[in-house]
Ligand binder design. Sequence first.
Ligand code: PLP
Length: 463
Amino acid sequence: MTTPGVAALASLVGDGALVACVDGQQRPYLSCDAAASTAAFPSVLAAVEEFLPWYSSVHRGAGYKSQRSTDAYEGARDAVLRFAHRQGSDDVAIICRNTTEAINHLAYRLRLSADDVVVTTVVEHHANMLPWSRAARCRYVDCGPDGTFGTDDVVAALEATPAPRLLAITGASNITGWLPPVDELVGLAHDRGVPVMVDAAQLAPHRPLPAGPDFIAWSGHKMYSPFGGGALIGPRRVFEEGDPFLVGGGAVDLVELDQVLWAEPPDREEAGSPNVVGAVALAAAIDQLEALGWPAVTVHDEKLAGALRRGLAAIPGVHLLGPDLGTETLPVATFTVDGLPHSLVAARLSFEDAIGVRHGCFCAHPYLVRLLGLAPGEVAEHRARARRGDRSQMPGAVRASLGVNASAADVERLCAAVTRLAALVPAPITYVQEPGTGDFSPGPASSPWPATTRRPGSSCSPG
Ligand SMILES: Cc1ncc(COP(=O)(O)O)c(C=O)c1O
């Protein structure tokens, strides 16, 4: 199988690093796990290295380095606003750790009550589900067996009573790569007076952010800046009233023992010393994505998505989850293999082929349960087993996800390896399963890696 015209668009730090395999060979590591975290752009690393000699406190020092750090931090905030098409608007960019923190932050700041309704969907990552179900009542838009829903389904949820306070929706699924029609949904929600928050964790490295949502959140570590920076953007007025999510230094203008005068946003929302290195890295990644250009990134990713999904779907014994092959998705493909547990597929790709994938439930359990077509009774059995600490039979799938550094040759390498496994070619060594995590690994005598690189549970987070 060849896919002409899909060359890597950019290289990343660590590309080509050699990894030991069970046959004693070293192979260049192939990351098919971009949807979890990406390596850094070289320009991000360079920006961090250039900045570090000038690193100091932000908004907390009169010295030259503090002033310079503050300037770098506020410059990064401007880049974040620009990335989300909010430059010159009255919106506030809050620099935070990641999407999870951003959505928890917003769920607190919207001052929801237990009776408020938030419309969200079963397609969401837990990060865009649990903060809402804790703060309010969720009205879920369900999906079909192909993992998609229609705009009518969302409209029905928006129009049901009581009227919702918010629509919280993903820009792209981390399991199927499906792209809900966000621009249209934002328009439909706004027509009904409902503000929208978009979880752009998956979207941000692959497509321009939508301009219409009231709130948007994303993570730097999924867009080539793994230094702990992320962003939450929203209208200033939301953050102008009430106490912030985190309280402490930096968020205040005046503290007396019996009262506090909060600072104006965004300072009010960023108590504690900020992650200036993460912000500098995030801004550099934004610059790099803009320099590559969205048309080039989009074309690369669309071609790659097609090759990846078609290639895997064509392998006998492999079942691709999600929408049909004609549907536009990100370069993300989640699949099962007849006769092989997902955890064993992932282990064998890793130890025999130096290919890194994610397996399990991908922090989106309700979605995966639907994609796998599990009955409530089956889910109950798995829940009971998990409560006993036995994850050996946890349902799940394998996810391959690619970024700007991937090419058609990478897809071919992955598909060749999956073809071998799906043909049930016996493993060259014995793999041992750890019941507590469900993960497989070579027994100590045949492992090619030092024991210190293999912590139980590092392969598949149960969440
Ligand atoms: C769609 C989606 N939303 C939210 C998150 C959470 O991102 P983070 O772990 O960076 O907070 C993820 C992470 O995989 C994701 O894929």
